[in-house]
Design a binder for this molecule. Sequence first.
Ligand SMILES: [Zn+2]
Ligand SMILES: [Zn+2]
Length: 307
Amino acid sequence: MKGRRYGLIAIIATITVIAIMITASSLPGYLREVGNLHQPFEYAQMYLNDEPYSELIIEYDHAPGFPPSIVAMELLEERIYQYTDKHLVSSMVSDEIDFGDTRKVYHEEHIYSLKNDYKDHHRGGDSMVIHVTYLDGEWKEDNVLGLSYGGDRIVIFMETIINVAQRSQNIQAVDIESSVLVHEWGHLLGLVGIGYESGHEDPEYQHHCDESAGSCVMNADIEIRMGRYSDPPPTDFCVLCQEDMLRIKEMEDEPGLEEYLTIGVIAGIAIVAVGWILVLIPKKEDKKQEFDVYKEHYNEDFGKRNY
Ligand SMILES: [Zn+2]
Ligand SMILES: [Zn+2]
């Protein structure tokens, strides 16, 4: 009887340890994915490292008449190979956005719904995905050439870029487009100072490079004041932004909602297991009873022998 109880206790203890190990290793990741609880730097790490995604797909959807140029797409691929551990980067020009879904002026809600309606590729397996949408018309604020949001989405205002290029003698639309595309990808990497302290963030334009180490694609002018440039704008990161990328690669998560929920689930498993084990542990009264029975029997025997 006792042997069977100890066997059950050992099984419960083993199952509990296995359940806790599985919960601790996979639940936080699952909750992050389902609840979209990623910190900006966690997306950045998905781009910078070859784990868990060794490949990167860049999906381009565009308004009629404003497709991405091959030159800009190839430059972004080149920068990704240059600064990340990805083994394979593929650019896919996916859907043309229906004319009826386009606008003269875009607000947040238009951009969110466009991306959801035209999205073909999903993060999973070996592949990380960036969704890039090329639009006609303009953003609700003047002179915005590109946007990034949500860790994996980029918007390029191609019609606005073409208009800016037409005002310049030396700059082609493709120069601006290439620069803005790399710039927005830089924001997806967390540049500059998104979720961490950077020593070279522009005090006037949050999350942009102050160019204290020389010309840089993360300068705010690329996105909002292209008129400043008389030559093609930079398309590469300065050394300080490159150093930030290395720092972001090493950054560690601070406990968030998913970790607290995981601790709660583990505590629940442990309480149930301890409850079962307490029920199964042999009680002290049992031992005492057995001892009394033995004494009685002995006395009886003794009496018999005396007889
Ligand atoms: Zn920017
Ligand atoms: Zn920089």
